[in-house]
Design a protein around this ligand. Structure first.
Ligand SMILES: Cc1cc2nc3c(=O)[nH]c(=O)nc-3n(C[C@H](O)[C@H](O)[C@H](O)COP(=O)(O)OP(=O)(O)OC[C@H]3O[C@@H](n4cnc5c(N)ncnc54)[C@H](O)[C@@H]3O)c2cc1C
Length: 415
C-alpha cells in the first residue's frame, strides 16, 4: 500500500504516545498523509510534573501545553472532542461533537481512566497527585497540614489476560515514591517532621515491584534513613476522616491519605469491543491490534504496557509509527520491543534517584543512581518540555542518561 494524500490517519489522544506518533508520522509521511489528532482536552498534560504541583506548589499551567499549535506544527488537524465509539469494520470513529471520522489507520493513545471511585471515601477524605485537578487539591491540603500520621500508597490494579505480561500489582508506583520523599523533605523544612509519621503501603511484595534487588536495596536504605515505614501486601479499600482501611480488615490512623487509584481501560475501548476484559488494548509487539490490522495502540491504554510509564509510551509509539511507515513506504526498520523501567524520582531539594531496570522482563540491568546529576536530568526533562511547549516528548533525559552511564548499553528504538 503506497502513501497517498488519501491515507487518513486518526490519532485518539494527545498525550506522550499520541504526540510522539504525530511527529514520527508527520516527519515520515508528509505530505502523503492526512493526520487528525483528537483529544477532549485543549492542552496536553505533562503528568510527571504533577508531584511538583502537589508538593512544591508549582503552577499547574506550567505543565499544560496547548494542543492546537502542536498539531499546526505537524500539519495536522486538531479536533477537541472525545472519541465515543469506534467501528473497526466501517473504519469510523464517532466523536462527542457529533462528527464521524473515517480512517485508514487508527492509533489508540487515549491513556487510561483513574478509578478514584473504587476507593470508598476517596472523594471526601482522600488526596492524589495524579492529574491537574487532584494535584492542586493536594497542595491546598498540605498548606493546612499541621502534623500527624500520613498514609500514602498505590491501589491494586487488575489486568486482563489476553497478552502475556509480567506480574505486577500496581499500575505505576514511581510517582508515589517521589511524593513520599518530597513530603519527608518538606515536613523537615517546615519543622513538622517530628510531629508526623509517614507510612507507605503497597499491594505488591515490595515497593516498586517492577525493579530488581539492587534498586530495592538502595531505595530501602534511603527510606530507612528518612524514617519512612513501608507496609507490604496491603490493598487499600476505603478512606475515612481519620483512618485508612485495608482489604484484610486492618486499619491505620491517618490525618492525610494520598493515593494513586486503580487504573481502568477507557469506556470508548470497552463500548467498541476493542479491549481485553479490563478494557486495555491487546496488541502484538509491533503495537498492532490482535484482531484489526489497521488499528494500533501505544502508551497506557496498551495491555502490554506494564508498568504504565511515559517512557514505555514513547518506545511503543516509535514502534507503531515505524511499522506503519514501513507498510506504506517500504522504508525504515521496525525496532524490537524491549521494555525497561526508567524514571527519575525527585526527592526534594537537589536530590533525586534515577532508576533504570529491565529485570522484570528478564534482563540484567538494574541501576539506581542517587544524587545531584539525577536531579539535573529531571530538571532538564521538565524544562525541555516546558520551553519547547511540549513540542516533542523529550529524548533529552535518555541522552543524558546514556552519557552518564556510558558503559550501559541502552538500546532505544529509532526510526
Ligand atoms: C503523577 C504521575 C507522574 C508520572 N511520572 C512519570 C515519570 O516521571 N516518567 C514516566 O515515564 N512516566 C511517568 N508517569 C506515567 C506517564 O505520565 C504515563 O505513562 C503517560 O502519560 C502515558 O502516556 P499516554 O499517551 O498513554 O497517555 P496520556 O498521557 O494519559 O494521554 C492520553 C490523552 O488522551 C486523551 N483522551 C482521553 N480519552 C480520550 C478519548 N475518548 N478520545 C480522545 N482522546 C482521549 C486525554 O485527554 C490525554 O490527553 C507519571 C504518571 C503520573 C500520574
Amino acid at each position: 500500500m503506497a502513501a497517498t494524500p488519501q491515507t487518513r490517519i486518526v490519532i485518539l489522544g494527545g498525550g506522550f504516545a499520541g504526540l510522539r506518533l504525530l511527529y514520527r508520522l508527520h516527519n515520515a509521511l508528509h505530505p502523503h498523509a492526512d493526520i487528525v489528532l483528537v483529544d477532549p482536552r485543549a492542552t496536553t498534560l505533562q503528568k510527571p510534573g504533577m508531584p511538583d504541583v502537589a508538593m512544591a506548589g508549582k503552577p499547574v499551567a506550567q505543565f499544560r501545553h496547548p494542543l492546537q499549535p502542536i498539531a499546526d506544527r505537524a500539519n495536522a488537524r486538531f479536533i477537541q472532542a472525545a472519541a465515543q465509539y469506534i467501528d473497526p469494520h466501517k473504519q469510523t470513529v464517532a466523536l462527542s461533537n457529533g462528527q464521524v471520522l473515517h480512517y485508514d489507520y487508527l492509533f489508540l493513545t487515549m491513556g487510561i481512566v483513574k478509578d478514584y471511585e473504587a476507593i470508598e471515601g476517596f472523594r471526601n477524605f482522600g488526596y492524589s497527585m495524579c492529574d491537574d485537578t487532584e494535584a492542586p487539591r493536594l497542595q491546598e491540603a498540605l498548606k493546612k497540614f499541621k502534623g500527624g500520621p500520613i498514609v500514602l500508597g498505590t491501589a491494586k490494579t487488575h489486568w486482563g489476560h489476553t497478552v502475556q505480561i509480567p506480574h505486577l500489582d500496581v499500575a505505576c508506583e514511581g510517582p508515589m515514591g517521589e511524593v513520599t520523599f518530597m513530603l519527608d523533605h518538606d515536613l523537615r523544612r517546615l519543622g513538622l517532621r517530628d510531629k508526623s509519621s509517614i507510612t507507605l503501603f503497597t499491594p505488591g511484595q515490595d515497593f516498586l515491584e517492577d525493579v530488581g534487588t539492587t534498586v530495592h536495596h538502595i531505595l530501602h536504605e534511603r527510606m530507612t534513613v528518612k524514617n519512612i515505614t513501608v507496609l507490604r501486601r496491603q490493598t487499600i479499600v476505603a478512606i475515612t476522616a481519620d483512618h485508612v482501611v485495608f482489604r484484610d480488615g486492618t486499619t491505620l490512623p491517618s490525618a492525610l491519605t494520598i493515593v494513586i487509584p486503580p487504573y481502568a481501560g477507557p469506556s470508548v475501548i470497552k463500548y467498541s469491543g476493542l479491549g481485553d476484559e479490563k478494557g486495555f488494548v491487546p496488541t502484538d509487539h509491533t503495537m498492532r491490534h490482535l484482531t484489526h490490522r489497521n488499528i494500533f495502540a501505544a502508551g497506557d491504554v496498551n495491555a502490554l504496557t506494564i508498568p504504565k510509564l511515559g517512557h514505555l509510551a514513547i518506545i511503543q509509539a516509535d514502534i507503531a509509527a515505524a511499522t506503519v511507515v514501513k507498510e506504506l513506504t517500504n522504508t525504515g526498520d521496525v525496532p524490537l520491543y524491549k521494555p525497561e523501567v526508567f524514571c527519575i524520582m525527585y526527592e526534594g531539594g537537589s536530590e533525586a534517584t534515577l532508576i533504570l531496570s529491565d529485570t522484570m522482563y528478564g534482563g540484567q540491568t538494574d541501576i539506581a543512581l542517587h544524587g545531584v546529576s539525577a536531579h539535573l536530568m529531571k530538571w532538564s526533562f521538565d524544562s525541555y518540555y516546558f520551553y519547547s511547549h511540549g513540542h516533542l516528548p523529550p529524548d533529552l533525559v535518555q541522552v543524558g542518561l546514556e552519557s552518564v552511564l556510558g558503559h550501559v548499553n541502552i538500546k532505544r528504538p529509532r526510526l
